[in-house]
Design a protein around this ligand. Structure first.
Ligand code: TXA
Ligand code: MG
Length: 319
């Protein structure tokens, strides 16, 4: 049985250059020893991830990243006081010890201190950081339960550390602190306004769209995607032959035109936090039910709603 909550089993896999799926508060990660290029190479092959897409490294304190030669800027320290451990990733100048494979040849490295207690314990017991992308085949919806990981990657990982469902449910906010002006690279549950308030400085949000492919902008627009075509809309305002073949992801109320069993409400109370936590499970469940189309309701464009809409737009992108 390679699924459970045995931290020692996870450690044994990692020190033998094998992959372990780890729970975090955002999504499950597919982790390897970041200092071992053979182990990191397995991440790219198991996910079928292009090697130009760099990985985030995870540890349990800023001091440890500093020990590994990464200069933590004052801005990073300021943000970390408020948001780390938590769903915020900092991009900073890379140090020598971080392999080029991890950063895809970039001179910067993405670092994160995740909040999940099991993974924090794991990180405290190893003397290397964990490189970990989301534990899904490249391009597909990220996993928010150990079962999601098992469905797609059980045979390909040494161990799945089961920490229950992820509380946040969408990937971390990514902020680059390489230049004087902080640059947002990915929307997440830590909002731009919250970070600006902490930094007392404006954040540049103009570069977000092409984050998934820093070298060739636009190529990886489609991401977090179901196999079933997904469109964004408040209503069915187009001609449909068979309404039974249409599914819907809604915030708090059902669309009247299609059967209720084809629809998932993300949060009957209208909470965006709950909606984010339920989003990927809803996408995966409907994707397994062989509909012709999923119509996803856009969230109010504020706070966490911006990050949810970002994921929906990428899932709906043509390629
Ligand atoms: O919540 C999360 O961040 C999850 C959990 C497992 O920590 N991880 C995650 O990793 O979402 P991944 O690989 O699915 O997404 C990482 C993103 C990619 O879009 C990658 O291009 C970007 O981070 N990234 C990593 N290193 C970077 C760097 N040096 N410069 C710019 N972008 C970077
Ligand atoms: Mg991912």
């Amino acid at each position: 049985m390679n699924l459970g909550s045995d931290i020692q089993q996870a450690i044994d896999c990692l020190i033998n250059a094998k992959l372990v799926a780890i729970p975090t508060e955002t999504v499950y990660g597919l982790a390897a020893n970041a200092f071992d290029v053979n182990a990191v190479a397995k991440i790219f092959s198991v996910k079928n991830r292009p090697q130009f897409n760099p990985l985030i490294i995870h540890s349990n304190s800023l001091q440890r990243f500093e020990k590994w030669g990464i200069a933590i800027t004052d801005k990073a320290k300021k943000l970390a006081e408020k948001f780390s451990p938590g769903p915020l990733t900092y991009v900073l100048p890379k140090s020598q010890i971080i392999p080029d494979l991890v950063t895809a040849g970039h001179q910067s490295v993405a670092i994160r201190i995740p909040k999940h207690p099991l993974t924090q314990q794991l990180l405290s017991k190893i003397d290397f950081p964990l490189a970990a992308p989301s534990a899904n085949p490249s391009g597909y919806v990220s996993p928010t339960t150990a079962q999601h990981v098992a469905q797609q990657l059980k045979q390909k990982v040494c161990y799945i550390l089961d920490g229950g469902p992820c509380k946040v449910g969408i990937e971390s906010t990514i902020l680059s602190l390489v230049d004087t002006t902080p640059v947002l690279l990915r929307y997440g549950s830590i909002t731009v306004e919250e970070m600006e308030a902490e930094l007392n400085q404006k954040i540049d949000v103009s570069k977000v769209v092409n984050n998934d492919n820093p070298l060739a902008p636009g190529m990886l627009g489609k991401h977090y995607a179901t196999k079933t075509p997904l469109i964004i809309g408040h209503n069915i305002d187009f001609k449909v032959d068979d309404l039974n073949k249409i599914a819907a992801i809604r915030l708090k109320n059902y669309l009247p035109q299609i059967p209720q069993q084809n629809q998932i409400l993300l949060s009957p109370e209208g909470s965006l936090e709950t909606a984010a936590a339920n989003l990927y499970t809803a996408m995966r469940n409907l994707d397994d039910m062989q509909f012709d189309l999923i119509i996803a309701e856009p969230m109010p464009s504020k706070g966490l709603g911006i990050a949810i809409n970002d994921r929906l737009k990428r899932a709906a992108a043509k390629d």
